[in-house]
Design a protein around this ligand. Structure first.
Ligand code: DC
Length: 240
């Protein structure tokens, strides 16, 4: 019997660390909400590309982001993203979006806008319990008071192999060398940008997931949440 989560779990790290899968499964197992902040940057990037806007044109990116409607689900059982009401869950995971999302997410005013929305979504999801938030700057910027901050890492080769497997499973062609180059390029850009670069919070617990299965990471995080007193015991089943 696992208790239900109370409070915010901030889960940061580069892509291919298992972060998104772990965040969603942890939220589902602990009856909590789930927020994929990367999906929000991806939806804006898709809108930018579809509108023919230059991803490096900060003013145009922000103007567009203010004018479009983007929605992300906070239900771990039904994750999803919408742009102007249209389901874009698949379209935001293409190489075209991968290639442009770092430029878009480096725009400081866009980050301010999305961080505000993320905080509102977190507050709403956490009203009746807990929420697991997946991103790059959750522990450092979005939710610096989160009672549990985790930073997942894995070697670039392992992360590229996981990304390649995801692409193949989704029916997209995946050449390992190209995927590795894309993963390394995005990490470099995400870690070196001036606005909220990818880095662990000082009080984050770091996990190298290279040699760990998703279930092993989940077990470790559930134990950590329990140790921190974030689990309400006595809840037989996840309630969300
Ligand atoms: O987690 P992901 O791969 O879906 O994220 C897509 C991009 O969005 C990633 O390259 C960095 C950016 N991102 C960010 O800058 N801040 C976040 N909180 C989440 C994602």
């Amino acid at each position: 019997m696992t208790g239900a989560l109370r409070g915010v779990v901030a889960l940061d790290g580069p892509s291919g660390t298992g972060k998104t899968t772990v965040a969603r499964k942890l939220a589902a197992a602990l009856g909590a909400g789930y927020l994929d902040t990367g999906a929000m940057y991806r939806v804006v990037t898709l809108a930018v590309l579809d509108a023919g806007v230059d991803p490096h044109d900060a003013d145009a990116v922000v103007a567009l982001a203010r004018s479009v409607r983007l929605d992300v689900s906070t239900d771990p059982a039904a994750p999803g993203a919408r742009l102007e009401g249209t389901d874009v869950g698949e379209a935001i995971r293409t190489p075209r979006v991968d290639a442009a999302v770092s430029a878009v997410s480096a725009v400081p005013e866009l980050r301010d806008l999305l961080v505000q929305r993320q905080r509102a979504l977190i507050a709403e999801a956490a009203r009746d319990g807990g929420v697991v938030v997946d991103g790059r700057d959750i522990g450092t910027v979005v939710a610096p008071d989160a009672p549990l901050k985790v930073f997942l890492t894995a070697s670039p080769e392992v992360r590229a192999a996981r990304r390649g497997a995801q692409d193949t499973a989704a029916g997209r062609e995946a050449d390992q060398a190209t995927v590795l180059a894309s993963v390394e390029r995005r990490d470099r850009l995400d870690s070196s940008r001036a606005a909220s670069p990818l880095r662990p919070a000082d009080d984050a617990v770091e996990f190298d997931t290279s040699e760990l299965s998703i279930d092993q990471v989940l077990a470790a995080l559930t134990e950590l949440a329990g140790t921190r007193g974030l689990l309400d015991e006595g809840v037989a089943e996840p309630c969300r």
